[in-house]
Design a protein around this ligand. Structure first.
Ligand code: APR
Ligand code: ZN
Ligand code: ZN
Length: 361
């Protein structure tokens, strides 16, 4: 059987997204059909629309989602119809060189559905990050479904599927922050604020939020920043050093993806400290640093891909913390919107008005 549902499609490079009819097949072996309940609007969706990721139009956008499993294909045992799940883009293969070495959070061969979803005329859709969840139903590899406690609201749970997990994971998995650390986060959008809260979770002593927008700094305080620096007014490197006895922070997390802010992160950390880049740069960006400073300052320069998360390990724990009131996921949801308001949400995102707009279905 084929399911005829509505979905948000980016038809061509730079063109506005459209709500249109899409066809979703019943799940084959190893696949799951999910009734999507909520899906956050992420920068990556906009990058797809603008041609920044590939040229495989049309794209079915949306990848930060939660929903209920409607049916599963042959051989699927870890989820069943009726399960409440968060969708992930790291269904680990278990066989690649990273998985075999016991580091599955780097998996280089993650699973997606084998069958394709199409437009009504049969044109094959490319689902964003192998998910495509701005749609009433979507088809994924069963491993892309992580079962969590259904008491969590879908619009909140879905956020762990991408941006919030990236930021939290940059702090708790990649760095990782340890109790007593001083931590600075440069760029306090949804990803940066999640990094601020990750530092809280892991027991950081000092948490310095840096942004050029004072409204964002106010929000960062609500997530647990102990100090804020508006880098339009204060040099962030000097500011971070002043708040850390002149030394710099043990961990600096860059959550924008720009050379100038990466350079700030590099010089704002203490000797032997750690820089984590979780913001995603564009291909044209370059950085030049004295090699002697890279050697002489020591420590670690890391990147965080999807917060180095393992969905099966991390999502259920984080949802339980949320349900116990220990992880303020609700604060990331700036608004809930309908499927036809994604284009408007992109504009709000670009104007910096929201942490997350979430489509509810
Ligand atoms: N210095 C300090 N802060 C800055 C600067 C700057 N030069 N430029 C932008 N910012 C701030 C913005 O004011 C905003 O608060 O960085 C924040 C970026 O947040 P968002 O645009 O909301 O982006 P977010 O969803 O948090 O994602 C951040 O992580 O996953 C990646 O692709 C994503 O690269 C993006 C980054
Ligand atoms: Zn693998
Ligand atoms: Zn995303």
């Amino acid at each position: 059987m084929t399911h005829e549902v509505r979905g948000v499609v980016a038809p061509a490079k730079g063109a506005k997204v459209e709500v249109t009819t899409i066809l979703v097949p019943d799940p084959g072996p190893g696949e799951a059909l999910v009734r999507v309940q909520a899906c956050g609007v992420c920068h990556t969706d906009l990058h797809y629309r603008e041609g920044g990721i590939g040229d495989d139009y049309p794209y079915l956008l949306g990848h930060e989602a939660a929903g209920v499993v409607e049916s599963v294909g042959d051989g699927v045992t870890h989820v069943a119809p009726g399960d409440f799940v968060i969708l992930n883009w790291r269904a680990v293969c278990g066989e690649c060189r990273a998985c075999r070495r016991g580091r599955p959070w780097y998996c280089f061969n993650t699973h997606n559905a084998r069958q394709t979803m199409t437009l009504a005329d049969g044109t094959v859709l490319s689902p964003a990050l192998g998910i495509g969840a701005f749609a009433e139903k979507t088809l994924v590899a069963a491993g892309q479904c992580t079962k969590v406690n259904p008491a969590a609201r879908p619009e909140v749970a879905g956020l762990l599927g991408c941006g919030v997990m990236a930021g939290l994971g940059a702090a708790i998995n990649t760095a990782p922050v340890v109790r007593g650390d001083s931590v600075a986060v440069i760029g306090c959008g949804g990803v940066g604020d999640a990094a601020v809260f990750g530092a809280v979770l892991n027991g950081a002593r000092t948490i310095i939020a840096v942004d050029i927008d004072s409204r964002k700094l106010e929000w960062a305080r609500q997530f647990g920043a102990t100090h804020v620096i508006n880098s339009r007014e204060t040099d962030p490197v000097e500011g971070i050093r002043a708040l850390t006895e002149g030394n710099g922070a043990d961990v600096v997390i860059e959550a924008i993806g720009r050379p100038e802010t990466y350079q700030q992160a590099f010089y704002a950390r203490d000797l032997a400290g750690t820089v984590v880049l979780v913001g995603v740069p564009t291909p044209d960006m370059r950085i030049e640093l004295p090699l002697l400073d890279i050697f002489g300052r020591g420590g670690a320069l890391k990147s965080s891909w999807y917060g180095d998360c393992l969905p099966e390990r991390d999502f259920p724990v984080l949802i339980d913390l949320y349900l116990q009131g220990r992880l303020p996921l609700d604060k990331f949801v700036s608004e809930t919107i309908a499927l036809d308001a994604v284009e408007e949400a992109f504009a709000k995102m670009e104007r910096g008005e929201v942490l997350r707009s979430v489509v509810t279905l």
